[in-house]
Design a protein around this ligand. Structure first.
Ligand code: PEP
Ligand code: MG
Length: 756
């Protein structure tokens, strides 16, 4: 079968024309399985329909014409369940949908499998046969494997474009409108569109000379005070439902307002002869342009906050009544650039979802929505804002899809998904305080990653065994200058105290690459291969020593601090850093602190570190794999570049082998080996990581419960078998398909369907 499979894929990939490739595919599959019909339906996402795109055995004239609405018929069922459907008599199944044009009356046996790529259903592959029979297990496995390969072919960028053109040119049926954005907070929301209109605009402010400078400044002061009071009330309203850390978002607003600089700057402009509105416009837009030009996503999202604040002050200056929308009981809040204050204004219990045309998952609104567990989509730039007012809307925060005026069957489908999600959450909550121990008694520490987003509150409530990665660069990026050693000490102290006695791994500053600091600018041709991570720390011992001294002082009396070094490529970097760490320790002890030398670890993020894992482990107390960077450097794929995103897969066999070598190297020296990249939160990877032998896994707070659940459902022995099988496969697509099937067989398929 494997040889036939390879031949089919080879033949399919030998042509540049994707339709011809699919035609070859269906013919060859039918022949290989000795079955009468084989067809491929692809999902037209914009219209929510499966379109017949290639067939051998159905009416060839129906290609491009048969469109089956999402969740209808057997095709819809396979797509919805995301699992194979094997029937000896299709016509007797309650979901059977008779489509006259298909001319399939002669067929009884039916086997359909979903075509899935990166967890997205792209289509359905079916085989049919006249006589009533059940396809056997090997035939099913064959088709599933082929499905993963076909998924890889049709997800290729060129094919996607050609496919889009083909679908646009085929006639469509009745459908809901579908728009896309970026997932901001997971979950499904069903409700009515409520639009936030921002009629105020700085561009509309004209210049005029004020009559009296002092009364203009007084006007400004009282507008600032009024906004300050509004924010205090809004913040207070949200506080009971917000974890402590997220509350700081409102403090950020208050701080910006309170900063004497902003008020003073506007007052200075007034003194130069501008009325308050124009002075405010110039100052705010000056800050906005400065932030937008920083080429730093984290700083750019702050422009939304500054603009929002500015407009709020402006509305008081102009005595402009803020239009209060009519909130529906299930409100899907939609706006051009929504802000935390818009969200805070929705009455309690009314908010079912949020859609913002602008912004990314780093925006404050997205951070807040995640903390409040409100499904959210960001950057939905194509939505026709005004047309969504009062419309029924389904929001899929997992995939970033918005369905407008959905059909009843689609609404029922998502309502079911919401129920499944609630059930899953309840189950996960039940095991919150139980260890991540396999059925055969092997325990893995569950650690949390922190620093991206304000998530201390959420992290404390999920029963993590400690912090596996605190990205210290984040508080550095939130400022406009290097934080002082004392400012840093306070941040680290809060973290160490909150988790004590559980360990907290603070990673030293990891800037450079895609993480610049606005106040420490440098330009490079090739930043990912340039000055980043430990390289900057070693070239700037002043910054490094100030940071590690702050860490050590913060750990006074707690003894749970671990220090981790990013982007290590060579043992000399470790030797040099260890020397600096000892120096810092001696100095801090000389100041009168009685602190033990903290445990030191290195991140394994580049291939050279993998090959030298043992030599590195000899020098430190622990290793931790940064799979995000490791994958990018092994596969030579920029982790942030959408053009090559389809090539970035942490389940690539080469990456898995690197993980194995790292764990072996660390364990040979008797050292603890952890993994803290995104792979640790990927349900399809968990069993492989368990089998590879990681002592701990560190991930975002939202994923811990699911990963713990998987570990509690398997034996290490079973995981080892799956790893063995995965290592015999030659592509990430096959490994992913294999692991998804394994999760399905364990009854954990809903982890892939819900909360992907
Ligand atoms: C990684 O590279 O996997 C990692 C955890 O570090 P970061 O994502 O912060 O680069
Ligand atoms: Mg990294």
């Amino acid at each position: 079968m494997l040889t036939v499979l390879r031949q089919i894929i080879q033949e399919m990939t030998s042509t540049q024309d994707f339709r011809e490739a699919l035609d070859i595919g269906v013919r060859r599959i039918a022949r290989a399985l000795h079955t009468e019909a084989c067809s491929i339906f692809l999902l037209d996402r914009n219209h929510g329909e499966y379109v017949l795109i290639a067939t051998h055995g159905l009416n060839p004239a129906a290609v491009g014409k048969i469109r089956i609405p999402l969740n209808q018929g057997l095709i819809g069922l396979v797509g919805e369940r995301e699992e194979p459907l094997n029937l000896d008599s299709a016509k007797e199944h309650p979901h059977f949908l008779s489509v006259a044009e298909a001319q399939e009356d002669a067929y009884h046996a039916f086997l359909g499998i979903p075509i899935i790529y990166h967890r997205q259903v792209l289509g359905v592959l079916i085989v049919q046969h006249g006589e009533s029979k059940r396809y056997d297990e090997s035939e099913e496995a064959f088709l599933v494997t082929l499905g993963t390969q076909i998924a890889a072919i049709i997800s290729h960028a060129d094919v996607r474009d050609a496919l889009q053109t083909f679908l646009i040119n085929t006639p469509i049926g009745h459908h809901e409108l579908i728009y896309s954005g970026v997932p901001g907070a997971p979950g499904v929301g069903i409700g009515q569109g409520v639009i936030i209109d921002t009629t105020l605009d700085f561009d509309a402010i004209t210049d005029r000379i004020p009559d009296d400078i002092e009364s203009e400044i007084q006007l400004l002061d009282s507008a600032f005070s009024a906004v300050r009071e509004d924010l205090r009330l809004l913040g207070e309203r949200l506080y009971p439902s917000l974890p402590a850390e997220e509350r700081t978002l409102f403090d950020v607003y208050q701080r910006i307002l309170d900063s004497a600089d902003l008020g003073k700057e506007v007052a200075d402009h007034i003194r130069q002869g501008k009325w308050a509105g124009a002075a405010l416009r110039d100052v705010i837009m000056g800050h906005v342009h400065h932030l937008e030009n920083l080429d730093n996503e984290y700083m750019q999202v702050r422009t939304e906050d500054i603009k929002d604040l500015g407009l709020r002050v402006l509305s008081y200056l102009q005595q402009h009544e803020r239009a209060i929308p009519h909130y529906a009981e299930k409100t899907i809040l939609i706006g051009e650039t929504l802000t935390p204050t818009d969200l805070a204004e929705v009455p309690e219990g009314f908010l079912a979802g949020v859609v913002s045309k602008k912004g990314s998952s780093h925006s404050h609104i997205a951070i807040l929505a995640r903390a409040m567990k409100v499904p959210t989509i960001m950057g939905a730039s194509d939505i026709p804002l005004q047309e969504l007012r009062d419309k029924n809307i389904i929001l899929d925060g997992y995939y970033g899809q918005i369905y407008v005026s959905p059909s009843d069957s689609l609404t029922a489908h998502f309502a079911r998904l919401m129920q499944e999600e609630e059930k899953l959450e309840a189950t996960l909550e039940e095991i919150r305080d139980l260890p991540a121990t396999t059925k055969d008694g092997h325990t893995v520490s569950m650690m949390v990653n922190m620093g991206l987003g304000a998530d201390l509150g959420a992290s404390l409530t999920i029963g993590a065994d400690g912090v596996g990665l605190y990205r210290t660069e984040i508080p550095f990026q939130m400022r406009d200058r290097f934080p002082s050693s004392e400012e840093q000490r306070i941040i680290y102290r809060q973290l160490l105290t909150s988790f004590s006695p559980r360990p907290v791994i603070l990673r030293t500053l990891d800037i450079g690459g895609d993480k610049p600091l606005s106040y420490f600018p440098f330009k490079e041709e090739n930043p990912f291969l340039g000055w980043r991570g430990i390289r900057i720390s070693l070239d700037h011992p002043d910054i490094f020593l100030s940071q590690v001294r702050a860490m050590m002082r913060a750990s006074d009396g707690l003894d749970n601090l671990r220090i981790m070094l990013p982007m290590i490529t060579d043992v000399t970097e470790v030797d040099e850093t260890t020397r600096l760490l000892r120096k810092a320790h001696t100095e801090v002890c000389e100041e009168g602190y009685n602190i033990k030398m903290p445990q030191i670890g290195v991140m394994i993020e580049v291939p050279s570190a993998v090959y030298q894992a043992r030599a590195l482990a000899k020098r430190v107390d622990f290793l931790s794999v940064g799979s995000n960077d490791l994958t990018q450097y092994i596969l030579a794929v920029d982790r942030n570049n959408p053009h090559v995103a389809n090539l970035y897969d942490t389940l690539h066999p080469a990456v898995l082998r690197a993980l194995i070598q790292t764990v072996e190297g660390g364990h040979q020296e008797g050292k603890h080996v952890s993994i803290c990249g995104e792979i640790a939160s990927d349900p399809t990877a968990v069993m492989l990581l368990l089998a590879i032998g990681f002592d701990s896994m560190s991930m975002n707070a939202a994923s811990i419960a699911r990963v713990r659940w998987i570990i509690r459902h398997v034996t290490k022995k079973r995981a080892a078998k799956l790893l063995h099988e995965a290592l015999s496969m030659e592509s990430a697509v096959m490994i992913r398909g294999h692991m998804e099937l394994a999760l399905e067989k364990l009854g954990l398929g809903n982890l892939i369907r819900v909360g992907r």
